[in-house]
Design a protein around this ligand. Structure first.
Ligand SMILES: [Zn+2]
Length: 543
């Protein structure tokens, strides 16, 4: 019997939204999968889209696959580089399946640009610069998709006008669905892996309007119904999300906390000269509660550009390795700084260009920084601001652990840390000089560390599973395809989803791991990174 596996990725969807809406009859296709199979929470250790999906694809923690954040630290500098598929140093599950002769269809999966070769078809997703670039494998597929699906696009053009943005989210979901249906009919596939990314954006911007969130889920559900028909009753269907979603109450200004705690030292004269005029404007906007003006696409970017130009003018001698902090930080007197958006890096002598902390004091200093963040409470309600702040080796393992921040932080429900001084975001700069906390205006929802998994199909029993993590998805896909699991994966087959008789008749098998082949790591060109970064900023993922 042919074993077919259909994976439906729904970015940022938590079970606590999916279950009640499915039970109420709003999402009949998802309800069919939930009613006939198993489901449970899916733990996401770093609930950041490119990082989390990379663990889903590879069965490995970020210390092994090498994608640490939207940007990775660039060793021996204060700079960061945007990540892309070529630096994911592990085979993706569809590459492993392809090596076993399985035909694959991969559509809109985040961080698959530049496209890597597959045994079938691949259409790049989130963080690809767009359809004017080589966005498919084989490359000829791109033209075919553009012809067949008018307005095919990768990701949305966000609008500050909510109704327009919502319309854009719906039409983007629809073109992804249309292209996917076309490819599912085009070949006799064994593994299809299709991701809807707009379910994430809708929760960031519309968490306070649940009807709009549900509306988009319903559109996805309708398309999933078509997928299920094409896949047939004998297919294994897995629904996965890379993390969950939850509301934001406040932005937390991590850089200001570092400054107040004495861990970051500012180059005060430069800071005053360079930032004051815009800070005044930004502070005035905050005072008048007009900070939302800064969220209008373009206005924040414009202010950022003016601020950058001013700093460049005032500091003709600025060293290039000052990176995106450009001139604001007094490095020789700074203990720790924000890194990869998800943690803190200690400014170690000999490792950082202008290190301050003696290597002999590293552990003690790191413990102190971690304790400061872990213990921090919101004075207004006594809540911890972070779920955890701990040494990176307690969260990650593998050769890329050293690329990660020394201290990894996971914010608590309700708090969205901003990179603040790490960027020229006037909104954040204004917040930095005002208080530790500010209102969140661009987003009302953010990521939580629990995504979901649901599965139905041959051998999958009805019920709930617990304890699954992102790393378990790739092994489970391979198992459902009847393939062995490479030994170097961190995850394991979610055996709790399958009934005993099936497990006995189909024992889990293992194979020696193979290295990734034929993919040369590269940095994106300036043009590609600029497009990707500007879009991430417009959407609110980077400040
Ligand atoms: Zn995500």
């Amino acid at each position: 019997m042919k074993r077919r596996v259909l994976v439906i990725g729904i970015d940022s969807v938590p079970l606590d939204l999916m279950l009640p809406w499915a039970a109420a009859g709003h999402l009949p296709s998802f309800a069919k999968i939930l009613d006939n199979g198993s489901h449970g929470d899916l733990y996401s250790r770093i609930p950041v889209t490119p990082v989390a999906w990379s663990s889903i694809y590879t069965g490995k923690n970020p210390g092994k696959h090498g994608i640490i954040g939207f940007r990775n630290h660039k060793p021996h500098t204060y700079e960061e580089v945007s990540v892309n598929s070529s630096i994911r140093d592990a085979r993706d599950v569809w590459e492993i399946a392809g090596a076993h002769g399985k035909k694959v269809v991969v559509v809109n999966a985040p961080l698959t640009y530049p496209p890597r070769a597959v045994n079938g078809y691949l259409v790049c997703g989130f963080m690809a610069p767009g359809v004017d670039y080589e966005f498919t494998y084989p490359s000829s597929l791109g033209e075919e998709i553009k012809r067949a699906v008018p307005n095919y696009r990768i990701g949305t053009a966000p609008s500050y006008i909510k109704s327009l943005y919502l319309k854009e989210l719906h039409s983007t979901v629809q073109v992804v669905g249309d292209a996917s249906l076309r490819l599912l009919k085009k070949i006799d596939w064994d593994l299809a892996f299709i991701v809807f990314k707009e379910t994430d954006e809708v929760q960031h911007s519309f968490f306070d309007r649940p009807g709009d969130v549900l509306g988009l889920y319903r559109r996805v559900d309708k398309i999933v119904g078509e997928f299920l028909k094409l896949a047939g009753d004998d297919a294994t269907v897995l629904v996965v999300s890379d993390h969950g979603g939850e509301p934001i109450n406040k932005r937390f200004n991590a850089a200001e906390f570092l400054r107040m705690s004495g861990f970051i030292s500012l180059n005060t004269s430069n800071q005053r000269q360079s930032a004051t005029p815009l800070q005044l404007v930004a502070s005035a906007l905050f005072g008048l509660r007009l900070e939302w003006l800064l969220d209008i696409p373009g206005s924040r970017r414009l202010m950022g550009e003016i601020m950058k130009a001013r700093v460049r003018m005032l500091q003709k001698s600025a060293k290039p390795d000052q990176g995106f902090y450009a001139g604001q930080v007094d490095w020789p007197n700074t203990t720790a700084f924000i890194s990869s958006g998800i943690g803190l890096r200690i400014n170690v002598k000999g490792r950082e260009p202008q290190g301050f902390v003696d290597p002999a004091d590293y552990e003690a200093v790191r413990d102190k920084v971690a304790a400061q963040f872990a213990g921090l409470k919101d004075p207004e309600n006594g809540q911890h601001v972070f779920r955890y702040a701990q040494a990176r080796e307690r969260v990650l393992s593998g050769p890329y652990t050293e690329l990660a921040p020394d201290v990894m932080c996971l914010p608590n429900t309700g708090y969205l840390p901003t990179e603040a001084l790490a960027s020229f975001d006037p909104l954040a700069v204004a917040a930095a000089h005002r208080s530790l906390f500010s209102r969140s205006t661009l987003w009302c929802g953010t990521h939580s560390p629990y995504g979901m998994v649901a599965g139905s199909g041959p051998g999958i029993k009805k019920g709930e599973v617990s304890g699954a993590t992102l790393d378990d998805i790739a092994p489970t896909i391979l198992y459902a395809l009847g393939l062995p699991v490479p030994r170097d994966m961190d995850g394991k087959v979610i055996t709790g989803m399958f009934d005993q008789a099936y497990l006995e008749a189909n024992p889990v098998t293992w194979e020696e791991a193979e290295a990734r082949t034929e993919v040369k790591a590269r940095e994106l060109s300036d043009e590609e990174s600029k497009i990707v970064e500007e879009r991430l900023k417009a959407l609110g993922y980077l400040s």
